[in-house]
Design a protein around this ligand. Structure first.
Ligand code: NI
Length: 167
């Protein structure tokens, strides 16, 4: 197991569109292990492979209060979405920024699990938000890009200031 380096917005590589995983191999399982370790260590509630510069459709999420309910979604697809809700989101690639984003309230997702077996997940609340947020990473979209241009400029300015203060 190893901790992976998380790309920081506005790194252009975060805009890469991930490819479907053709087969869930041991290499993918190692990636999943390392992504989960990296997410828990951060700590965060979700991580997409895009964020660790691997451009394949792999997501790990743990939105539980107890941090012991890991969801692994490989090649996820949303097959149904109901309702709308506004939830404050953050992202390990955009540290210190929290913004309200509108998402579907409830979703149905089809994906492959750690063993490569297909499964269907009905999600609502924080889990549904996380899945939608992480799936956006796989198509190269960052949550702050839903904000107005003015707000995005402010976010970039704040991030630059933060980066200067740690250097
Ligand atoms: Ni994120």
């Amino acid at each position: 197991m190893a901790l992976l380096k998380i790309l920081q917005y506005p790194d252009e590589r975060l805009h890469t569109v991930a490819a479907k995983v053709p087969e869930v191999t041991d290499k993918i399982r190692t990636l999943v292990h390392n992504m989960a370790e990296t997410m828990y260590a951060a700590p965060g509630v979700g991580l997409a492979a895009t964020q660790v510069d691997v451009h394949q459709c792999v997501i790990v999420i743990d939105a539980s209060d107890t941090h012991d309910l890991l969801h692994v979604l490989i090649n996820p697809e949303i097959t149904a979405a109901i309702g709308e809700s506004d939830c404050e989101e953050g992202c390990l690639s955009v540290p210190g920024i929290f913004e309200k984003i509108r998402r579907a309230e409830q979703i149905t997702v089809e994906a492959l699990n750690f063993n490569g077996d297909p499964f269907i997940l009905e999600a609502k609340g924080l889990l549904a938000v996380c899945i939608q947020h992480e799936m956006d990473h796989l198509i190269g979209k960052i949550f702050v890009e839903y904000l107005s241009q003015l707000k995005q400029t402010r976010v970039l300015r704040k991030l630059k200031k933060q980066q200067r203060s740690v250097m």
